[in-house]
Design a protein around this ligand. Structure first.
Ligand code: SAH
Ligand code: SF4
Length: 352
């Protein structure tokens, strides 16, 4: 069980673990042993670390604990999706989701980058919570480790699509991406960062030349509709945003993903499909359509609805005339409120 007086090791890098063992009066090779137990063998207790003497294990137990985050609640969906509510060291709560998209045991983790979110998109439950705080890189990494320790699954892909706007916490997000590669063994090509359109964050990420996939939550092909849905669209308008994506794609050589929310009667019309195709014509991208999840927020039901499957397919066909690959997102975990936009930590309103 997590105890705040102890030092959490999960999420720490090899140099940080080296510093920890040195301060404990142990030789530096202990750091390698700990690193391997934590990240490769995904140990959940010091007693599993059989190549450490009983005496060393006791010393570790007195001063440290493995996990940084504590599992406050777990829900398991009919489709196997697992939604975790994690308690952070200061008691704040965030959610993360483990999904499997096929029968080949390939697991993806959806992680949060902030507690709450300041962007306030009108269709998103997290947006209705407001912003509480940024997560540290270690808190992001330990969501993946915590999921692996608990489920026994080997996470192959990580998507930054949980709570929060990753590019409003860009430095910790970059650190966490590096740590996922160096410590956990999940390379950048298996990582997707989704943003609502924070242009300075896109430019900052471009400088890192990471091989991640950048996904933009565009949701509307015209400025006016986008402003209704994603309030920060007023700050970074469409021409500037599309230019930033071009630059990003050129700097990294990577194709970006355009995420587009289908809202009945508002963004799913034939006119919008054609405008979308036109807007992204010259962009190196794929399009991923997200049928709305009609979420319950703190202030009640959102005023939008999900289009029928026929309308979704029609939009897919029309926007596909751009020559881009257009897919419709497969929803997981809807029955446990684990699907896109449903992460809101309503639990955080009640003491555990
Ligand atoms: N803040 C980032 C990443 C987290 S949200 C962003 O906005 O991109 C991850 C995705 O879920 C985004 O594309 C977001 O627009 C989408 N989403 C939010 N609420 C949703 C809802 N009610 N139904 C379907 N998708 C939703
Ligand atoms: Fe924040 Fe993304 Fe939700 Fe918008 S959709 S409120 S940016 S988490």
């Amino acid at each position: 069980m997590a105890s705040s007086s102890k030092i959490a090791l999960s999420g720490k890098s090899l140099p940080e673990l080296t510093q920890f063992v040195t301060e404990l009066g142990e030789p530096s090779f202990r750091a390698r042993q700990l690193f391997s137990w934590i990240y490769s063998k995904r140990a959940s207790s010091f007693d599993q670390m059989t190549d450490l003497s009983q005496e060393v294990r006791e010393k570790l137990k007195q001063t440290a604990q493995i996990e940084l985050l504590e599992i406050a609640h777990l829900q398991i969906s009919r489709d196997g999706t697992r939604k975790y509510l994690f308690k952070l060291p200061d008691g704040a709560l965030v959610e993360s989701v483990l999904m499997s998209f096929d029968d080949r045991d390939t697991f993806s983790a959806c992680v949060s980058s902030q507690v709450g979110c300041a962007v306030g998109c009108t269709f998103c439950a997290t947006g209705h919570m407001g912003f509480i705080r940024n997560l540290t890189a270690a808190e992001i990494v330990d969501q993946v480790m915590g999921i692996q320790r608990d489920s026994g699954a080997r996470v192959a892909n990580v998507v930054y699509m949980g709570q929060g706007e990753p590019l409003l916490n860009v430095e910790e997000v970059i650190k966490s991406i590096r740590a996922l590669g160096e410590s956990v063994g999940i390379g950048s090509r298996h990582i997707t960062v989704s943003t609502s359109g924070v242009v300075p964050g896109i430019n900052r990420l471009a400088q890192e030349h990471l091989q991640i996939t950048l996904a933009l939550s565009l949701h509307a092909p015209d400025q006016q509709t986008r402003e209704q849905l994603v309030p920060i669209a007023r700050k970074w308008e469409l021409p500037e945003l599309i230019r930033a994506l071009h630059n990003y794609s050129q700097a990294t050589g990577r194709r970006v993903t355009i995420e587009y929310l289908l809202l009945s009667g508002l963004t799913d019309t034939a006119e919008k499909a054609r405008a979308l195709a036109e807007l992204v014509r010259d962009l190196h991208c794929n399009i991923n359509l997200i049928p709305l999840n009609p979420v319950q927020t703190i202030s009640g039901q959102i005023p939008f609805s999900r289009p029928t499957l026929v309308r979704q397919r029609h939009f897919q066909e029309l926007s596909g005339r751009s020559g881009k690959t257009v897919t419709i997102r497969l929803e997981r975990g809807g029955d446990i409120d684990a699907a896109c936009g449903q992460l809101h930590s309503l639990f955080s309103q009640q003491p555990q």
